[in-house]
Every structure is written in structure tokens, then in C-alpha cells.
Write a protein that binds this ligand. Structure first.
Ligand code: FAD
Length: 368
């Protein structure tokens, strides 16, 4: 296994729990995650339950009362998402939850070990010149995947014109309430401004103490994308968020662009790609990690049941990829059009992947 992010940790745990001997190679000297907060939906929450990490995850996460969308501070929609399972949490909490599950399952984690490539016959190669043989190699090494690139799989890359700077800050609920008493500050609130300037704050409570805020602006807007953030600019557009923007301004932060990568195929012989290595996507639907975890789980199940690993991997991609393709396409469309600003987004194609249950063994049965 190459890569100890959400995809790699989930696949490693699911395989080890099924009796595989799993070694996970992580390039960084220590295992950790970048970013601030995250939203998970039914597809990944089912996987968390299946790897028995549900109680840990639930202990420090929440389901906000509604997903609210505002344009120029006018409420467009307040979607209660009835019937859709979702949780908000911090990335460090998700990461720790998965790392504990991996260690409990017996995964051998090798930090400071860089993978440089893999071959379809099951050989994995390392930066220190070593190589090893395996029955299954998983490239979960992120958007710049060395495993993927070593296989020369044709890919199309579409970069977004917008980017995001993310922060974890204290909730400061009482101060926010004092500024805007009628607002439900436990909601996720997607504050959009498109005219005269494209600036957006995605406000996501992650638990009782921590708030995840993501500040979006076009890459072409030098002031909007500057880090540390331009506090005067952001508070002039979002005065009701001043207390939490002040905290964000004290943090260096990093402005991230995002992209969609579409691969011709995800598997080659005994090698499979999952997560951003296979299907990086724009964050509009908050499904990059969700798809990574769902594909990690289904891959582990398919490989365990297989007599012939290469054939099973091809079949796995055929059955599972459509759910990721839908999320990627829809996320790219939202990034291109900024239609999310109109609200009422949780319907049709936008919830197909969110409501998918990858752990249901009967999910691909066709009923007459
Ligand atoms: C702004 C933003 C907001 C997002 N919000 C959400 C959200 O709310 N919900 C959601 O589901 N998704 C969200 N995503 C997407 C999500 O963060 C990613 O899809 C997910 O983290 C990908 O996980 P991964 O394990 O595939 O890759 P990564 O997290 O990139 O992990 C890859 C790992 O591999 C390691 N590695 C890299 N190269 C090598 C190598 N050569 N050898 C060994 N190890 C290597 C890296 O160090 C890293 O640890 C968001 C993304 C962005 C940019």
C-alpha cells in the first residue's frame, strides 16, 4: 500500500480485518493530515461503521440541524437533509479514528518510506532502491500519485479557477449570536457573494468547540486568495463572521487550488488506484474522501473474494466507478457554474453518491 491518507488507511484496515497481511508505506516521516474540517455522508459513514470505527468517529462529530445557503446574506435555502446521513468533524479527528482502526487491525505502518512506482506483476519500488513483491498493490498516494504515474495510465486533468483557504477556529457561538441573533449558528452556512466580487465562506461547525471555515476566492483575485487572509476585505464582505475571521487571520493558512483528474482505468494487473490518486475532484459535493473510503472498502471486499486478482480488480472498477464518476462530474459542474449559490442543491445527481451504501452486499442486484 502506498499512502497513509484517508484512502490508504481505510483500505489497509479493511484488508487487515479480512486476514490480509498489510504493509502501508507513507512518504512523510510522520502520519498526519492537512486541512481543517470535513463533511462525511452516508457512503463513507457506512464504511466507518463496517471497520468498527463508528463510536470513535461519533464521539467528536455532529450533524448540524440544516445546510443553509445564503447569497449576499439573503437565505436561499435551509435544507434539513431528512433521510440523508451526514456528519461534520475535524480532519485530525477522522485521521486519528482511521489510524487507531488500522493499528488495531494489525496494519504495519512504515513512515518515511517513499514509493516510486509499481508494476502490474505485483512489484512495488521504493526511493531507497528496495523493492518488494505483493499479491495486491494499492496506490493511495494522492493527487500526485507516483504509483499511477509509473503505470503511464492516460489521464485528463481539469483545474478549477477557484481555490480555498481552510481554518479550524474556536466556535465563538455567543459572539456570533450577539451579532446576528436570529441565525441558527449550529447550521452549516454557505455564505456566497458573486457580485460585485466572488468571495464565499463555508461555515461548518465541527463539534461543540471547533469551527471549520473555508474561504473561497478565484485564483486570479490576489487579495482574496492571499494568506494570511486580508482581514479588512473578508470582514467588509462578511461582517457577521468578524469574530471567527479574526481568529483565521492569526493563522498562516494555505490557499489550495483543486482539480478533477479522470483516469482511463483505475487498475492494471495486481495494482489498483483509489482516492485522489484515481479520482481527485472539486470539493463542491464534499465527496473526495467519501469516494476514497467507499472505494477502499469495496476494493478490500472484492480482492478478498477473488480467485484471480487482476480480473477481480477490473470487475470492481466496472461496478463501483459509476458512483464516483457522478460525484466528480457534478462537483466539476458546480465548480464551473457556481450554481451552488442558488441553494436547494441536495437532490438528483447531487445525492446519488452521498446516499450510496457500499457495504450492502445486495447493492448491485437488479430487481425486475
Ligand atoms: C478544499 C477542500 C475541501 C474538501 N472537503 C471535503 C469534504 O468535506 N469531504 C470529503 O469527503 N472530501 C473533501 N475533500 C477531498 C478530500 O480531502 C480528498 O479527496 C482526500 O483527502 C483524499 O484522500 P487520499 O487518501 O486519496 O489522498 P491524500 O489525503 O492526499 O493522502 C495521500 C497520502 O499519500 C502520501 N504519499 C504521497 N506520495 C507518496 C509516495 N510516493 N509514497 C508514499 N506515500 C506517498 C501522502 O503523504 C499522503 O499521506 C476536500 C478537498 C479540498 C481541496
Amino acid at each position: 500500500m502506498s499512502g497513509g491518507g484517508f484512502a490508504g488507511l481505510t483500505a489497509a484496515t479493511a484488508l487487515a480485518q479480512r486476514g490480509w497481511s498489510v504493509r502501508l508505506h507513507e512518504r512523510s516521516p510522520e502520519l498526519r493530515t492537512e486541512g481543517a474540517g470535513i463533511v462525511l455522508w452516508n457512503n463513507s459513514l457506512q464504511v466507518i461503521d463496517a471497520i468498527k470505527a463508528g463510536p470513535d468517529l461519533m464521539s467528536r462529530s455532529m450533524t448540524p440541524p440544516a445546510y443553509e445557503t445564503r447569497m449576499n446574506n439573503v437565505i436561499q435555502s435551509q435544507e434539513t437533509l431528512d433521510g440523508i446521513r451526514w456528519r461534520t468533524l475535524t480532519r485530525p479527528h477522522l485521521f486519528q479514528t482511521l489510524l487507531v482502526a488500522a493499528r488495531e487491525a494489525g496494519v504495519e505502518v512504515v513512515a518515511g518510506s517513499e514509493v516510486v512506482g509499481a508494476s502490474p506483476d505485483g512489484t512495488i519500488r521504493f526511493a531507497n532502491g528496495d523493492s518488494a513483491e505483493a499479491d495486491l498493490i494499492i496506490g493511495a498516494d494522492g493527487v500526485g500519485s507516483a504509483v499511477r504515474d509509473s503505470l503511464d495510465i492516460p489521464l485528463k486533468r481539469e483545474r478549477s479557477r477557484d481555490g480555498i483557504t481552510r481554518f479550524l477556529v474556536p466556535r465563538r457561538k455567543a459572539e456570533l449570536q450577539a451579532l446576528e441573533p436570529d441565525t441558527e449558528w449550529d447550521n452549516v452556512i454557505d455564505f456566497w457573494n458573486l457580485d460585485p466580487r466572488v468571495l464565499r465562506v463555508l461555515y461548518t461547525p465541527a463539534n461543540d468547540e471547533e469551527l471549520y471555515i473555508a474561504l473561497m476566492s478565484p485564483a486570479a483575485d490576489a487579495d482574496g486568495s492571499r494568506v494570511p487572509i486580508d482581514l479588512d476585505l473578508w470582514t467588509s464582505v462578511f461582517p457577521q463572521l468578524a469574530p471567527v475571521l479574526e481568529d483565521a487571520a492569526k493563522t498562516p493558512g494555505r490557499y489550495y487550488g483543486y482539480q478533477t483528474t479522470r483516469l482511463d482505468h483505475w487498475t492494471e494487473g495486481k495494482v489498483a488506484l483509489i482516492g485522489d490518486a484515481a479520482h481527485a475532484m472539486c470539493p463542491a459535493l464534499a465527496q473526495g474522501a467519501g469516494c476514497a473510503m467507499q472505494n477502499a472498502w469495496t476494493l478490500a471486499v472484492a480482492a478478498t473474494e477473488a480467485d484471480d486478482i487482476p480480473a477481480a480488480l477490473i470487475d470492481w472498477e466496472r461496478l463501483e466507478r459509476p458512483y464516483t464518476d457522478i460525484a466528480q462530474d457534478r462537483s466539476q459542474w458546480y465548480a464551473d457554474t457556481r450554481e451552488m449559490a442558488k441553494g436547494n442543491q441536495f437532490q438528483g445527481d447531487s445525492v446519488v453518491t452521498a446516499t450510496y451504501n457500499p457495504t450492502d452486499p445486495h447493492r448491485h442486484e437488479v430487481h425486475a
